[in-house]
Design a protein around this ligand. Structure first.
Ligand SMILES: [Zn+2]
Length: 467
């Protein structure tokens, strides 16, 4: 951090108590999106955010209805010639059960050992609040922002952002931007500053193998007919090789291969593979040959059976040939795999390897796109400089194995590069009892966001489009 105290620093220092009080007020609203009895609370949380935006001078603030919980929109667009950033966060939170495991009530925030404890402290109200405070501080001290900002805060992230994509498409015109910044991720183990470069997508399918209309006697019919459970086992065995490679023709065609820089960034992460194995209680770690554990779990596509059933499940022996057998199978996808295309390849491959003598069908159970913003993207580098300035060390570059649904929508519906700059401590217990945010992360995160706008203003992002 710079040693000279700027007006911004002085403002933030002078307003700390007020800031924490506001953060706590936001956390007291039980905006659980999944539970219908909290719909009014979601509205209150949206109103809280909208009021804050209006008060600090953000314009066109609107609580925009959807078929579910509302979206809060607002903008400040007076930085002529500067890039425009779309800022995303979500004001809804996860349910709180099991309640008995919380050390204090989830919607009565308390500060303890340098952390604030409450549902939403980290995911994601804390990070929205950091954005609000950064913008407020800049506008209060400078009267203007170095970039144009559009704010988009939704209330359904914890329920799969069900209505957001439609809202994005309908509001396309007022979402024009050069880059999106999503603050809904966190730092690396050890609370080391990090930027998440990619998220995986998913393809989810069910395989149904159907034999005779009823279970058959395995003595009377065994040997003469195909067994759906045996057939399913052969199909599953044909999906993935011993080398961990997925056997579906064309599966890897669109996979963006790792650059040498990507691989070395991942290799630099302080990761103790043996401790990881030990913590999982596994005899060994396995995966695709030629890739490290961190690469396998973050940047390579996967195929896993998520459920498998059929035939006799009771105690003892029952000599049947089951009438049917089933499996749920999913693939985690990486850039630029398309879930629909992968489903088609999967379905066709299963049809090819399915044995005769049974009827095999494959049904899609949905999917989501992967996303990736490269390490050398100017917006990623701007975020890296901002984080280093505020946290005193250069960020690590990490890959998330899971997904944030909106991230891929920003890329596909709005055509925006996405920077995943999140500031929560990795032990934040998001979605679990005793969620917490380290207050130092919160405070430095506010300063990093303020710095990020200066750093983005200094890039040429979107300049060609504006010229
Ligand atoms: Zn979140």
């Amino acid at each position: 951090m710079t040693t000279t105290t700027t007006d911004l620093d002085a403002y933030l220092d002078a307003n700390r108590d007020r800031r924490i009080a506001s953060y706590e007020a936001f956390l007291r609203i039980p905006s659980i999106s999944a539970l219908p009895q909290h719909a009014a609370d979601c509205k209150r949380a949206a109103a809280f955010v909208a009021d804050e935006l209006r008060e600090m001078g953000v314009e066109h603030v609107e609580i925009s209805p959807t078929a579910g919980h509302p979206v809060v929109y607002g903008d400040w667009l007076h930085a002529d010639g500067a890039p425009t950033v779309l800022v995303y966060g979500h004001y809804d939170v996860q349910p709180v059960d099991p309640l008995e495991l919380w050390v204090s009530p989830p919607f009565e925030p308390v500060v303890r050992d340098g952390r604030i404890l409450a549902r939403g402290a980290a995911d994601d109200k804390g990070q929205i609040h950091m954005h609000l405070r950064a913008t407020e501080a800049i506008l209060a001290t400078k009267g203007r922002l170095p970039v144009n900002l559009r704010f988009l805060f939704e209330g359904e992230e914890e329920s799969a952002s069900e209505h957001l994509e439609k809202w994005l498409a309908a509001n396309h015109a007022r979402l024009a931007a050069d880059v999106a910044v999503i603050s809904d991720t966190g730092f690396f183990e050890g609370n080391l500053p990090a930027i998440t470069l990619s998220l995986r997508g998913i393809m989810y399918a069910q395989i149904d193998v159907i034999g005779a209309p009823v279970d058959l006697h395995s003595g009377g019919f065994g040997g003469a007919v195909e067994n759906p459970a045996n057939a399913l086992a052969r199909i599953i065995a044909g999906l993935k090789g011993e080398d961990g490679r997925i056997q579906i023709p064309g599966f890897y065609d669109d996979v963006v291969e790792l650059s040498a820089a990507d691989r070395s960034a991942l290799a630099k992460l302080p990761f103790d593979e043996e401790a990881y194995r030990e913590a999982l209680g596994l005899p060994a770690l396995v995966g695709e040959v030629g890739y490290t554990t961190l690469e396998r779990r973050g940047v390579r596509p996967t195929l896993d059976v998520n459920g498998l059933w059929g035939g006799f499940q009771g105690d003892g022996a029952k000599t049947i040939i089951p009438a049917h057998a089933h499996a749920k199978v999913s693939c985690r996808l990486v850039a630029n795999q398309d879930p629909e295309r992968i489903f088609e390849l999967f379905r066709d491959h299963v049809a090819r390897i399915a044995p005769p003598g049974v009827r095999t069908t494959v049904t899609s159970l949905g999917g989501g796109r992967p996303s990736l913003t490269p390490m050398d993207h100017p917006a990623t580098q701007a975020a890296a400089r901002a984080i280093e300035a505020a946290f005193g060390r250069a960020p690590l570059y990490i890959r998330e194995g899971g997904s944030i649904p909106v991230c891929a929508s920003f890329e596909t519906v709005l055509g925006l590069p996405v920077v995943l700059a999140g500031f929560t401590n990795p032990d934040d217990n998001a979605h679990a009892p005793n969620e917490s945010m380290v207050l130092d992360n919160y405070e430095r995160g506010i300063r990093a966001i303020a710095r990020l706008w200066d750093e983005i203003a200094a890039t040429k992002l979107g300049a060609a489009a504006r010229a």
